[in-house]
Design a protein around this ligand. Structure first.
Ligand code: SAM
Length: 309
C-alpha cells in the first residue's frame, strides 16, 4: 500500500478522524481502558505518588484516559493540561472530568509539533498511545523536550515496539495465535453515531478539508491515522514502530531512559489467561525488551553548568 501524503495532511486526517471517533472511542478501545488500566496506574503511582506538586502536560489526551488514571495519584495542588488536535476528543474528556469533579485540569487544542508553551514549563509530559499518530514524531519529541524542565520526565507510553517485528520467533508465534483466534484482519469496521461506520463518516467529512486523489479504503484510512503502527493496515509492517535507542538519539541524548516495560508478546491477542499467559511469561523472561507494546519513561538531564544556553 503506497500512501503519499504530506505531514500536514496526515495531521488533518488525524484531527478529522478523531473528531468523528470521539463519541465511540471509549467503548472501542478496550486495549487501553481495560488492558492498560493497571499498567498505567502502576507507572503513574511509581513516578507521581508522594511527589511534590507538578505541572503536567498530557499531549494527545483524547477522551481522558490519562487524566482519569492520574487522578488517584496526582500530587495535591498539581496542574494538569490536556492537549489534543481534536476538539471533539477534548470536549468528551472535559465532560467526564466535570462529572468526576476533578480539579486543576485545563484543556487546550494544540498540535504536538507546535506547543503553545514557554520552554521549560512542565515537570512531566505524557504521550499515551499518541506517538504513532504523529508523522514527524522526532520533531514532536524535540518540541516536548523543549517545554520540559530539566530533571523533568517524558512518558512515552503504549507504543508499538519495532523489536517485536525483528524477533522472528515472536512474529511467527503471534501469527499462529492470530490465525487460531481469527485475528488476522486487524481492521474491523468501527461504528459511530447511528451505526454508520466511522470510515464512511470520515470519507464524507475529509472532503471539506482536503482534496484527495482518490477515495480511501478503510485500511488506507487506518494506515494514515496510525501512521507509524505496524498493524494499522491489517498485517504486520516491519518498517513501522519505534526503537528506544532511536527515540533517545532523536532527542540528541538530552534525555536518558529511566524506566522501560514491554508487554504483549503475541501482538494484539489477549495474553492474560490460560496457555497464552504461560507463554507470555516465558517470552518476557527470554526477550524482556521485545514485547509488542512498549512503555518508556525518559528523564531530561540537567545541563552541565556553563555548557549550552
Ligand atoms: C489513540 S488516541 C490516544 C488518546 C489518549 N491518550 C488515550 O490513551 O486514550 C490518539 C490521540 O492523539 C491525538 N492526536 C493525533 N495527532 C495529534 C497531533 N499532531 N497533536 C496533538 N494530538 C494529536 C488524537 O486526536 C487522539 O486524541
Amino acid at each position: 500500500m503506497v500512501l503519499d501524503f504530506s505531514d500536514a495532511e496526515i495531521k488533518v486526517i488525524n484531527e478529522v478522524f478523531h473528531d468523528i471517533e470521539a463519541d465511540a472511542y471509549d467503548c472501542s478501545h478496550d486495549e487501553i481502558f481495560v488492558g492498560e488500566k493497571k499498567t498505567a496506574q502502576d507507572i503513574f503511582s511509581r513516578f507521581f505518588a508522594g511527589a511534590a506538586k507538578q505541572v503536567i502536560l498530557d499531549i494527545g489526551s483524547g477522551t481522558g484516559f490519562v487524566p482519569s488514571t492520574l487522578n488517584a495519584c496526582r500530587p495535591t495542588g498539581s496542574a494538569l493540561i490536556c492537549g489534543d488536535i481534536s476538539l471533539q476528543m477534548l470536549k468528551k474528556s472535559r465532560e467526564k472530568q466535570v462529572k468526576g469533579f476533578s480539579t486543576g485540569i485545563s484543556f487546550v487544542k494544540l498540535d504536538a509539533d507546535y506547543l503553545p508553551f514557554a520552554s521549560r514549563s512542565f515537570d512531566a509530559i505524557i504521550l499515551f498511545s499518541v506517538l504513532h499518530h504523529l508523522p514527524d514524531y522526532g520533531r514532536s519529541l524535540q518540541e516536548a523536550s523543549r517545554v520540559l524542565k530539566e530533571g523533568g520526565r517524558l512518558f512515552i507510553l503504549h507504543e508499538p515496539n519495532k523489536r517485536f517485528s525483528q524477533n522472528g520467533l515472536l512474529v511467527a508465534f503471534s501469527r499462529l495465535v492470530g490465525y487460531a483466534r481469527g485475528l488476522a484482519a486487524e481492521v474491523r469496521p468501527r461504528q459511530g453515531k447511528k451505526g454508520r461506520s466511522i470510515y464512511d463518516r470520515f470519507r464524507a467529512a475529509i472532503q471539506t478539508r482536503l482534496s484527495l486523489p482518490k477515495t480511501l479504503t478503510d485500511a488506507e484510512i487506518q494506515a494514515l491515522v496510525d501512521i507509524h503502527s505496524p498493524t494499522a493496515a491489517g498485517k504486520l509492517d516491519k518498517g513501522r514502530g519505534f526503537l528506544v535507542e532511536n527515540l533517545v538519539s532523536g532527542l540528541n541524548n538530552e534525555c536518558i531512559v529511566e524506566y522501560q516495560l514491554t508487554k504483549n508478546f503475541f501482538c494484539k491477542a489477549d495474553d492474560s489467561q490460560g496457555l497464552l499467559r504461560l507463554f507470555a511469561s516465558l517470552f518476557s523472561l527470554l526477550f524482556p525488551a521485545d514485547g509488542y507494546i512498549m512503555h518508556l519513561v525518559l528523564k531530561k538531564q540537567n545541563r552541565v553548568a556553563g555548557v549550552g544556553k
